[in-house]
Structures are given as structure tokens and as C-alpha cells.
Design a protein around this ligand. Sequence first.
Ligand code: CDP
Length: 237
Amino acid sequence: MTLRVIAIDGPAASGKSSTAAAVARRLGWAHLDSGALYRAITLAALDNVGEQGAGSGEQWSAVRIVALAEELPVRLVLVDEVFRPEVAGVDVEQAIRSERVTHRVSGLAAIPEVRHWVNVRQREAVLGHPGGVVVDGRDIGTVVFPDAPLKVFLTASPEERARRRLAQAGEGAAGQIDPERLRRETEALAARDRADATRRVAPLRAAADAVRLDTTRLSLDDQVGRVVALARQRFPG
Ligand code: CDP
């Protein structure tokens, strides 16, 4: 039986999650944002292990963090076809977007034991949802679901991605973004991309059989339309 999963990967703020969410809605599939799970574990670690020693991957205790994720627990809950992150029974979809979490998440995502734990959760979610799941992240097509019948790798120029991220945060509506703020955000994204692309385990890269889509000049509607068209070809009926 064909695995009903669509893998959407790409660098920070390339539009993966918005695209994956809209594609899932149009196909009537569920949406799983794997980054949300990495962010939820980061939030749990910051709140329970503390800021100390949270500087880089090596300084976090892998065993302690995975045990914490099991105990609290950190998990995904399916609500209206969207897998939402929860920590100790509380929905953390908003809390995980804070600067504090964003700043630490790549360090935590570099820990092999954490990645393994997240990957098991993702596979359980997909196997338990035979209707189909659109999963977005960094290593979905390469590591988590290498057999996905459709893999998409989204890119966009760093500046465009920074602009989108600031707009998403409610800053600089209608093109009024402060140039200095834009420069800093572009740098922060580039630093996270470097960390994600150069780490030893499951680095950010496109699978050999992924469809690459540069979205710098595409609207969200256009990019969603393209992925939906590919999905209808790969998953007929
Ligand atoms: O902010 P953005 O949407 O670009 O990132 P995200 O999808 O929320 O992911 C946050 C961080 O989690 C990334 O910078 C990666 O370090 C990590 N991540 C990962 O390593 N593998 C994934 N499949 C998803 C996220």
C-alpha cells in the first residue's frame, strides 16, 4: 500500500508550514509540523531544566531531555486535522514561537536521541492516520519518510524569508520594515540555516527525488496550487 504522506522540507521561514497547512486542507489530509515538536521539547527543557547549559547541543543532557519529554509529556494531539503540540496537557502552539525558544531550538534539534524521539512520534502519527498527512520540516523526505511518494523542497532568498517572518510576527505591514531590523532577522535566519545544514545528524538538505520549488516570487496561493497539482498526480483517487 502506498504511504499517504507528503514531505515538505526547506530552510527557516521558506513557507513550509503555511504551505503544508493549506495543502492538507485542500486535500482533506491532516497536517503535522515537525518543527513544532522540536520547539515544544525546547520549551519544556527551558522551563524545566533551565537556561543554564542550554548553549549548544552537546551541553544539554540528552537522556534528561528525552525523559522529560516522556514524563510531562510532550506530545502531538490531533484537533480538526491538525497535530497540535502539547506540554503537560497544555496547548503550546503560541508559546513555542517565542524568541527564547527560536534561539535555542537548533541546539536541541542537533541531539541524536531527541531526533530519534521526535521521529518515532511522527511515524506513529502518520501510521495512525491512514487518510493522509502532510508533514513539514528539515529531514522529512531524507530521514523520517524516505519512501514518501511526494517530496517537495521549498527555498526562497534569505531576505525574502526574513521579510515574511517579520510580517508574520505583525511587524512592518505593507512593506514598512525597518532596514536594520530586516538585516538582523536575515542574519538570524542564516545562522539557523547554517546550524541546521551543517549538523552531523540529519542535516537540512533536499532528497535526491524531491521537487524543488523556489518561492521567492510566488504567492502562497501559487505555491499551494503547485503542490496540490503534484499531489493529485501522485495520489490518484
Ligand atoms: O521557524 P521555522 O518554521 O523555520 O522552523 P521550524 O520548522 O519551526 O523548526 C525549528 C527548528 O527545529 C529548526 O531550525 C531546526 O533546528 C529544527 N527542526 C529539525 O531539525 N528538523 C525538523 N524536521 C524540523 C525542525
